[in-house]
Write a protein that binds this ligand. Structure first.
Ligand SMILES: Cc1ncc(COP(=O)(O)O)c(C=O)c1O
Length: 390
């Protein structure tokens, strides 16, 4: 990718006008582009591997994918492809309103919950405004902030998690949005509902508080967040959820936010008219109805997490206890170990861009994937040590 941060075409000094890229706002050119998990097909091409032999545990997807009822719903919805989708997402919002005991006009659908995070930034940020988020928090918060010319205030973490008191203290009259990921990606840290509600209650009402609950469905029922139920009390609260994780629909891109209807009205003004496609709406609707499938995914995740933790312990590695479907493990020279894993057909995620250069983030897979990863990890650590010695 072209690095536009030091774009030599921005050359007023050289006596000629900059071309189009040089005219983009400086704050856009300064963005370090998002780097996702390496796609399976890319690694297959590079190493001439059979894509089916590759294990990808790099993007916190549900390794089971969607259930059979969802697949049927998607196949049926394919008949509607010539038409635009329902731009208001009536059926899906209706089902979500019933699920959360809220009204439809408090719900905004998104092309993934990432879209909803972007919509909040688009609706509330002007150049010069500020947002507040934690160190090691989900990287879309700084990206969405920078894209509007706003300034992100990154608050030091407390044991890799959010320090809510310090985040509150970082708010200034310029602050428009505070982002809290619970559980957080990539650290897997989590805060109980009482702490989150006390935080929301303590934030000035002219600052939007986004509580990002992308991984809430992986929590055990007693820990599941009640935050959507607080919407009536807190007009500055936005809660985001997704179908990409426990529901297994990452490829379709569908998520949502629940918020005061006045805030929803603002987000609807700036969103694309058809931001959630027809297949995604049909799939999400079917996925919501299939509660047993998510329950089973949660059980498989819990058991997979346990086997990864046992594997890390056997290898003498440190890891961070995680409430999500992923876990951070400390491997030393993480880029070297990442490469050695790639050579063994296993894709995980380096997290140096989150300020964690010694760690790898591993998504919990199905049992065979976890076993394959742990074997490859043992080999990769030995190979990385060998090449460091040699
Ligand atoms: C904390 C968090 N929030 C939001 C998202 C966005 O997910 P999606 O856009 O697929 O809903 C992710 C994805 O990894 C995430 O980890």
């Amino acid at each position: 990718m072209t690095d536009l941060r030091s774009d030599t075409r921005d050359t007023a000094a050289a006596g000629r006008a900059p071309d189009a890229p040089g005219r983009a706002p400086e704050y856009v050119r300064a963005i370090a582009p998002y780097v996702g998990g390496k796609p399976i097909d890319e690694l297959a091409r590079e190493l001439r591997l059979d894509p089916l032999s590759i294990v990808k545990l790099a993007s916190n997807e549900n390794p089971r994918g969607p259930g059979p009822r969802v697949r049927e719903a998607v196949a049926a919805a394919a008949a509607e492809l010539p038409r635009y989708p329902d731009g208001n997402g009536y059926a899906l919002k209706h089902a979500l309103a019933a699920r959360h005991a809220r009204s439809m006009d408090e719900i905004v659908l998104g092309n993934g919950s990432n879209d909803v995070l972007e919509l909040v930034a688009q609706a509330f940020l002007r150049p010069g405004d500020e947002t507040v988020y934690s160190r090691h928090a989900f990287i879309v918060y700084p990206l969405a902030t920078q894209a509007r010319g706003a300034r992100g205030i990154e608050v030091p973490a407390h044991r890799y998690g959010h320090d809510l008191d310090a985040m509150r203290a970082a708010i200034t009259p310029k602050t428009r949005i505070v982002f809290v990921a619970n559980p957080n990606n990539p650290t897997g840290t989590w805060l109980a509902a009482g702490a989150i509600e006390a935080f929301v209650a303590s934030i000035p009402r002219d600052v939007v508080v986004v509580v990002d609950e992308a991984y809430d469905d992986y929590l055990d029922p007693p820990q599941r967040s009640p935050a959507i139920g607080w919407i009536g009390r807190y007009p500055h609260l936005v809660v985001t959820r997704t179908f990409s994780k426990a529901f297994g629909l990452a490829g379709l891109r569908v998520g949502y936010g629940v918020m005061d209807r006045a805030v929803a009205g603002l987000l609807n003004r700036v969103r694309q008219p058809f931001n959630v496609n027809a297949l995604a709406q049909a799939a999400a609707l079917a996925a919501l109805a299939d509660t047993g499938y998510v329950e089973e995914s949660r059980r498989i995740n819990r058991e997979g997490m346990r086997s990864l933790e046992e594997g890390f312990a056997a290898l003498g590695l440190e890891w961070l206890a995680s409430r999500g479907n992923f876990v951070l493990v400390r491997v030393g020279d993480a880029m070297r170990v990442y490469q050695a894993l790639l050579e063994r057909g296993v894709i995980v995620r380096p997290v140096a861009n989150y300020g964690l250069p010694e760690w790898l983030r591993v998504t919990v897979g199905v049992p065979a994937e976890n076993a394959r990863f742990l074997t490859a990890l043992g080999e990769a650590l030995a190979a990385a040590r060998g090449s460091a010695d040699g």
